[in-house]
Ligand binder design. Structure first.
Ligand SMILES: NC(=O)c1ccc[n+]([C@@H]2O[C@H](COP(=O)([O-])OP(=O)(O)OC[C@H]3O[C@@H](n4cnc5c(N)ncnc54)[C@H](O)[C@@H]3O)[C@@H](O)[C@H]2O)c1
Length: 262
């Protein structure tokens, strides 16, 4: 199946590592030009260099904090100058802090919501105008199943992602007539640095025996018997970002090994 990425420009936030980086690689393999936005500027630039070396495509890495509207606008303009205006936006950047809600502070809420929810708003607001003008666009935001079913210790992050879902569905209704689709990919637990950091914290709190028991119990909740790998999530994102995904908008697509079955 031809996915139509050869003349497409894709902007991906949070693609310095994890799901974003895996998605950037899959898109580069399809011939897309790829702009990487990450607050870790060195990761963004090295990921971009790697894509060009490995796949011979145009790629650029830009340091920007998606919580800042000014940063996002600057990143959009730098990408457009290097690659042309983005046809596709994929918003992967987010932060998670594992804490019981009553142990969290207003400063924690501020940062998690600023990146998770305001970051998505900044990206949609900055990238949409050229897409609606060109009559073509694909936007995919990452959420989490916790946004729908809740999850202890990540309440503020889950709340931010629930906001992202509502944002995407609402804006999808506003821009559909301009040829722009907006969808959400909602991963289950996926083996990235984000997860490794939170797991290390839980393991040190529980000790080896309780942690192993906990891990076995978690896996029992996945009918497919394993947690996800970044490529599992990237494959779904790539389809929704493609020309072939022309009649899907405002949807939340869980890629989760069967963890939830809404
Ligand atoms: N890994 C999982 O288990 C899991 C589960 C559900 C949802 N998700 C979602 O998938 C997406 C990707 O997760 P991941 O596991 O690859 O994460 P990750 O932490 O491995 O990678 C996130 C990337 O985003 C960048 N980033 C963080 N804050 C930023 C900011 N303010 N501005 C720009 N870049 C920033 C980081 O530097 C990093 O490169 C996230 O939106 C996450 O919420 C992940």
């Amino acid at each position: 199946m031809e996915l139509g990425f050869k003349n497409r420009v894709v902007a991906i936030t949070g693609a310095g590592r994890g799901i974003g980086r895996a998605t950037a690689k899959m898109l580069a393999a399809q011939g897309a030009s790829v702009g990487i936005i990450d607050n870790l500027g060195e990761s963004a630039k090295s990921s971009a260099r790697e894509l060009t070396e490995q796949f011979g495509i145009k790629s650029v890495g830009v340091a920007a904090d998606i919580a800042s509207y000014e940063d996002v606008v600057r990143a959009r303009d730098e990408l457009a100058a290097a690659l042309g205006p983005a046809d596709v936006l994929i918003n992967c950047a987010a932060i998670v802090e594992e804490k019981l809600f009553l142990d969290s502070t207003p400063a924690d809420w501020q940062r998690t919501i600023s990146v998770g929810l305001f970051g998505a708003m900044n990206c949609l607001h900055a990238f949409l105008p050229s897409m609606t003008q060109n009559g073509y666009g694909r936007i995919i935001c990452l959420a989490t199943d916790a946004a729908r079913i809740g999850q202890s210790r990540i309440s503020v992050y889950a709340a931010a992602k629930a906001g992202v879902v509502a944002l995407c569905k609402s804006v999808a209704q506003e821009v559909g007539a301009s040829g722009v689709t907006i969808n959400v990919v909602s991963p289950g637990t996926t083996n990235t640095e984000l997860r490794q950091i939170t797991q290390a914290k839980i393991a040190s709190e529980l000790g080896p025996e309780r942690y192993e028991r906990r891990t076995k119990n978690v896996l029992k909740r996945y009918p497919l018997g394993r947690i996800g790998e970044p490529d599992d999530i990237a494959a779904a994102i790539v389809f929704l970002a493609s020309d072939r995904s022309a009649w899907t908008t405002g949807q939340v697509f869980s890629v989760n090994g069967g963890f939830t079955m809404p």
